[in-house]
Design a protein around this ligand. Structure first.
Ligand code: IMP
Length: 192
């Protein structure tokens, strides 16, 4: 079965191919020549659906899209849906990490979670899947692997930050890994 994953991120595409396995031919946005899709919704679900719907409308295919946010309790859920550009338009991962560390200086409540929402449009029907991992924001960065907020996020019950874990260990427990597993189970069990 061929299905489009609405992302330009090659790393995420390979991750999804590995999770879904050989029964699915996953193509991403560069594969189909699709430009950047605007993300203007104010929820993860809204953004994921906006991306999937854009591809379905323009390319008439089955498609799924994901959107992820880091929600920090003491920051009233920020950066949330604005995780990618928290420190401003065009900012780097390091800019975002430094902004979070600065905002949380002296705060004792370090609880946070990553959430991923996947929107799937299959034969014109919409389906949603959510993955979540709880953890805490450290007071300084640890580890060099991964990306984004990985060096300051330590999942609950683990000693390492996401940036200190192997990709396989992280994907097994991560927000995105969990949401992708749900997508995989849904696709495998859907009536045909
Ligand atoms: P996206 O929706 O996957 O593009 O994620 C939005 C933003 O959330 C990214 O730009 C990262 O800053 C952050 N993010 C998403 N997934 C992760 C992760 O697994 N680790 C750390 N940060 C992440």
């Amino acid at each position: 079965m061929e299905i489009i994953f609405a992302t330009h991120n090659q790393h995420k595409t390979e991750e999804v191919r590995a999770i879904l396995g050989p029964d699915y031919q996953i193509k991403n946005l560069p594969d189909i020549g699709c430009p950047d899709i605007p993300e203007t919704a104010d929820t993860l679900k809204g953004n994921a659906l906006q991306k999937a719907q854009y591809v379905v409308d323009h390319y008439h295919c089955n498609c799924f899209a994901d959107d992820t946010g880091l929600e920090i309790e003491a920051l009233d859920g920020r950066p949330g849906v604005y995780s990618a550009r928290y420190a401003g338009e065009g900012c780097s991962y390091q800019d975002n990490v430094r902004k979070v560390l600065a905002e949380m200086e002296g705060m004792t409540n370090r609880r946070a979670c990553f959430k991923t929402v996947i929107a799937l449009i299959l034969d014109g029907e919409q389906y949603f899947f959510e993955g979540r991992i709880d953890g805490e924001i450290l007071t300084e960065q640890r580890g060099t692997d991964g990306f984004g907020y990985d060096p300051i996020f330590k999942p609950l019950g683990f000693r390492q930050t996401f940036a200190e874990m192997s990709a396989i260990a992280k994907n097994t427990i991560s927000h995105r890994g969990r949401a992708m597993q749900q997508l995989k189970e849904f696709l495998a069990n859907r009536p045909r």
